[in-house]
Design a binder for this molecule. Sequence first.
Ligand SMILES: [Zn+2]
Length: 91
Amino acid sequence: MARKDDFTGTLMHCIVCTKPIPPTRRKDAVTCSTECSKARKNFWRSQQDMVECRYCFRPSTPEERARYIKWRWAEKKAEKEATHATDTGSV
Ligand SMILES: [Zn+2]
């Protein structure tokens, strides 16, 4: 079995830009910098967003998301109009 100590002298490379990972980075780091780390995270996020919603885990496509945002705005607008109507007492 390979142990963690077997890789102490091994030069690791960033999985995003393939540059060597500096020794100042975390021991189990797979990226060379915060920028590469962000790029990696955003890649996986975009992959996940194509499959399901990041927040509710329901199926999600860009069209579905656009439709949802539209619906939310319509809902908000209707709510605002309803509260406004009751406040002024015109209804
Ligand atoms: Zn990198």
